[in-house]
Design a protein around this ligand. Structure first.
Ligand SMILES: [Zn+2]
Length: 329
């Protein structure tokens, strides 16, 4: 159902809308890493009013979920443990930092798909992005285009890239639910991970990739995992957007280490890199809309995080050794 409507829109814009501004122009930025037009369509669809802010537990959230699964299927991801959908229960967390789950009561659905690596070695990485947002508050829809339809689009684009360019190591693509409800989806996943996490070398988390208001995409986490710094510095010299490391060391700036889904991996001793932009005037406001995204910058931001993921895959043995060394000390 959802895929059909998307395909119809693609077909219409391709066949009938050329040159009509109201139908949208092809994206200004061209890349062969992923389908830029599809990425923009998906961003618009996930942050449309009919998605009603994708709040966990709502029908509209389930609609977003169905749309992401359709894309998983189109891209050719394999289900994990037999299925893409992994429902979970979670509760009212007395303190998100401890992950303590006082009274499991609510439910959400995490989405997992896999691309197998070409190497024999059974280590893997998990690329994550939450698809839920905060819903409707005081009658206003919070569309959450940047937070975090943009990260989901980044995750899907990365999946597209690795489906065409097989990675060395297995990659799990995980769209989390209930991030906006005290990181419910990721805490539940790490507590009961579908597959053991002891061979996971790295979590790469995308949360807010599209607003280049000040032109910088941040990579947070290397303070804790300094061996990742050379990878990021090298990436910064080639990346199509400005990329900086920070927001992870309590140096007077905000520390993002425990503020999104990578936190659950961090607490479990699994290395992470979190990519995101700084808060902007529309952050957690009803105005976090598709129309406010600079599409050109967003597409370059996606390309940047895919380049990062490809580099991390190439060096995943070293990264896993880092995880093991950290566990031993
Ligand atoms: Zn978010």
């Amino acid at each position: 159902m959802t895929r059909k409507s998307l395909n119809i829109r693609n077909a219409l814009s391709g066949l009938f809308c050329l040159g009509l501004a109201s139908c949208g122009n092809p994206p200004a930025y061209q890349t062969d890493m992923f389908d830029a037009a599809q990425a923009i369509h998906t961003l618009e669809a996930l942050s449309a009013d009919e998605m009603q802010g994708r709040k966990v537990g709502t029908e509209a959230n389930a609609k977003a979920c169905a749309m992401i699964i359709e894309r998983f299927e189109e891209i050719g991801l394999q289900p994990v443990a037999g299925q893409f959908e992994h429902p979970f229960t979670y509760g009212t967390f007395s303190e998100p930092a401890t992950g303590a789950d006082a009274a499991p009561a609510k439910t959400g659905v995490n989405l997992l798909g896999r691309i197998e690596g070409t190497s024999e070695r059974e280590i893997s990485m998990i690329i994550t992005a939450h698809y839920d947002h905060v819903g409707i508050i005081d009658g206003e829809i919070y569309n959450g285009a940047d937070d975090n339809a943009s990260g989901v689009v980044g995750l899907l684009a990365a999946a597209e890239y690795f489906a065409k360019t097989p990675p060395k190591h297995d990659i799990i693509f995980l769209a989390f639910d209930a991030e906006e409800d005290r990181l419910g989806g990721s805490i539940a996943f790490v507590a009961d991970p579908v597959e053991p996490l002891d061979t996971v070398a790295l979590n790469i988390n995308f949360d807010m990739l599209s607003r280049g208001d000040n032109g910088t995409l941040w990579a947070s986490g290397t303070y804790h995992w300094p061996e990742l710094k050379p990878v990021m510095s090298d990436l910064a010299t080639r990346a199509p957007v400005t990329i900086k490391m920070g927001f992870d060391e309590g140096d007077g700036r905000e520390d993002w280490t425990l503020l999104s889904d990578h936190a659950a991996f961090f607490r479990a001793g699994i290395p992470h890199v979190y990519f995101g932009v700084e808060d902007h005037p529309d952050y957690h406001k009803p105005t976090d809309d598709f129309a406010r995204v600079d599409q050109n910058w967003f597409l370059r931001s996606i390309e940047t995080v895919i380049m990062a993921a490809a580099e991390m895959d190439a060096r995943l043995d070293e990264i896993y050794a880092m995880r093991q060394a950290a566990t031993e000390t």
